[in-house]
Ligand binder design. Sequence first.
Ligand code: PEP
Length: 250
Amino acid sequence: MRRNIVAGNWKMNCDIPQTYELLDALKEQDITDEVSVIVAPPFTNLQSANQALLDTEILVAAQNMHQESTGAYTGEVSATMLKSVGVEVVILGHSERRAIFGETNALLTAKVNAALENEMTIIFCFGEELSDRKAGSHFDVVRQQLEEGIFHIEKENWNNVILAYEPVWAIGTGETATPDQAQEMHHFIRNTLAEVFDTDVSQDVSILYGGSVKPGNAKEIFGKQDVDGGLIGGAALNAADFTAIINAFE
Ligand code: PEP
């Protein structure tokens, strides 16, 4: 049975004092327990965030990780390191990682494998560029990202996967996919999963929508049948806005 999930991707925002401030504000909010809530602060704040949230149900995720467990990879952080500070969830394949840091589907395959070998939960992001949508190739692009990045995993590992469809043209732009566009793509993804795996996988995986979700549009987007929540960027940096998005499920 799939879960409703709202995850906040803080990107490169919030130092330690700001992290405590935001989490304290979040803990004061009245958050529905119908939704699994995840926050993804920068690496430096993961352990502090985890400790600050110990008395809550909110999980902490990393925004990225390296595919090797140790070695000469200056500036990188591995799955075992994340686990050693209590982090069990990792975002992989965010469009900013793909576009700015050149992460390919092949690299993401290796990261997916490393995360799963370490029994972590993955939030796997993918989505088309505006040019793909204008050319009418958005379904093909999304299918290819999934095929090359995550379709190699075994059926039993899908319990540890959350998918996040994030059309690149809607991220941080204020431009949102319409609820119908989101539903159309989520339905396509679920049908593809049923075809490649089976209906257990397709019906049980949570598929989040990401791209300029705000308190004002969350209810309509989350109301769609195949949308199980959101990956939230900008609005996750404000406790009241993030809470309003989570509570859009009520
Ligand atoms: C994101 O970074 O994953 C995202 C969806 O950002 P925003 O909500 O700001 O568009």
